[in-house]
Design a protein around this ligand. Structure first.
Ligand SMILES: *Cc1c(COP(=O)(O)O)cnc(C)c1O
Length: 410
């Protein structure tokens, strides 16, 4: 069995070839990317120990992203469910309405330190792209966003935002014309443009250094939450469960980072189970998918017998991805985190229950999957158990889909 080491950040627990547990991750990329990856790795290792860079990061996290985001007890939901005490980390109040801004800011700052003035990135539903173009505008960087042609159609409002911030949005027409293809195309672009340009990968996926930078950026979530938990309880609660949805896994990695060494704290990741009664889903960890290579890294990935990536389905655009971060594959194999899934229907029900009881939380469809798990387990637990759900996205972006599904006209 793979083992975690205490006292060492999880992002540093890979071997010399970039594999966590000797198995997940790596840099299975075109040879021409070896140099830019080495350069980026060297620069990041320097910057993460550079007090000036950290101060700059913290300044923008505070004043641009809006850290710290609130941490609050959901009294009405707790009462309604009648079991564990339910708390919520409201990351949805960060600039842009989700956690994507942390990674976008850090990559933009790194881009500048590398002496580059051009940054490119991938996006699915449009949030990673929107936040990267917003940060790029702030830091005077030319910006290019790769987005599946289907998503460009479906998410036209985000495309409009990106273009307003001055980014060039490139529709990707290959494959399924969604996020998977956008990431591939962005990596191809970087292969030819890396002398001039920097690449930002939108989640904890891709070659090892991108997994590390992204998780290092979202770790802000648990760093600030640790203080909030101490303020609230005066100590680390004995029985605490941290629930987060998992798409690529950047939000969960950041929400858990500071707590991994606390064995008494349970980490629960919730993937997208897709529509009830359908064989399609976006839950590679829950369904024990096969291990394969996607975007340069070994991971659990939803594929057919021939190793072809299979089409995924989820009501939530942010979770609709066939692979998952090597960090989560590692946390699964070590037994440190437990992974499960919620269906489209369960997420929708959770959205309604949370909104009705705690209006201001208004979770988007991604964290509604996490709430669905909290709703399932809370009634069976004692009131001495603390559940914290990361509400990592705001529902405004999903209002059209939700209204359609619930039969409202907006
Ligand atoms: C992008 C996104 C996700 C999925 O990405 P992770 O890397 O798994 O966090 C989940 N929730 C929201 C709100 C998102 O915008």
């Amino acid at each position: 069995m793979m083992k975690l080491e205490k006292g060492i950040p999880i992002i540093d627990q890979h071997d010399a070839n970039g594999y966590w547990g000797g198995k997940f991750g790596g840099n299975q990329i075109a040879e021409s990317l070896n140099y830019p990856i080495e350069e980026l790795t060297r620069e990041f290792e320097k910057l993460r120990n550079d007090a000036t860079f950290i101060a700059e990061r913290d300044y923008y996290f505070k004043n641009f992203v809006g850290a710290p985001t609130p941490f609050i007890k959901l009294e009405n939901l707790t009462k309604h469910l009648g079991g564990a005490q339910i708390y919520c980390k409201l990351v949805s109040k960060a600039t842009g309405g989700a956690h994507k801004a942390y990674n976008a800011v850090v990559h933009s700052l790194i881009c500048k330190r590398l002496g580059k003035t051009y940054i490119g990135g991938d996006t699915g539903a449009g949030y990673a792209g929107k936040m990267l173009s917003m940060a790029a505008a702030k830091f005077n960087l030319k910006c290019k966003i790769f987005m599946g042609a289907k998503d460009v159609e479906r998410q036209s409002i985000n495309v409009f935002s990106m273009r307003s911030y001055g980014a060039e949005v490139v529709p990707v027409n290959s494959g399924s014309q969604t996020l998977v293809d956008a990431v591939s195309e962005c990596m191809r672009w970087w292969t030819s443009e890396n002398e001039e340009a920097h690449m930002c990968v939108g989640s904890t996926v891709g070659p090892t250094i991108f997994v590390k930078i992204c998780a290092w950026s979202t770790a802000q979530i648990s760093r600030e939450m640790k203080k909030q938990v101490m303020d609230e309880f005066g100590e680390v609660p004995k029985d605490m469960k941290l629930i987060n949805c998992v798409g690529g896994g950047s939000s969960a990695a950041g929400f858990w980072n500071e707590w991994i060494d606390y064995d008494n704290i349970e980490l629960i990741g919730v993937e997208a189970g897709g529509p009830e009664g359908s064989s399609k889903h976006a839950a590679p960890l829950t369904n024990d998918s096969r291990i394969g290579v996607l975007h340069g890294a070994t991971q659990y990935v939803i594929q057919d017998d021939q190793g072809e990536i299979e089409e995924t389905e989820s009501i939530s655009a942010g979770l609709d991805y066939p692979g998952v971060s090597p960090l989560h594959c590692f946390l699964k194999e070590t037994g440190r985190a437990r992974y499960t899934s919620a269906s489209d229907e369960e997420a929708l029900e959770a959205f309604q229950l949370v909104s009705k009881n705690e209006g201001f939380v208004s979770p988007s469809l991604e964290p509604s999957h996490a709430f669905a798990e909290a709703i399932k387990i809370a009634p069976k637990l004692s009131k001495d158990t603390i559940i914290v759900v990361d509400s990592c996205g705001d529902s405004a972006k999903d209002s059209k889909i939700i209204a359609e599904r619930l039969g409202y006209k907006i």
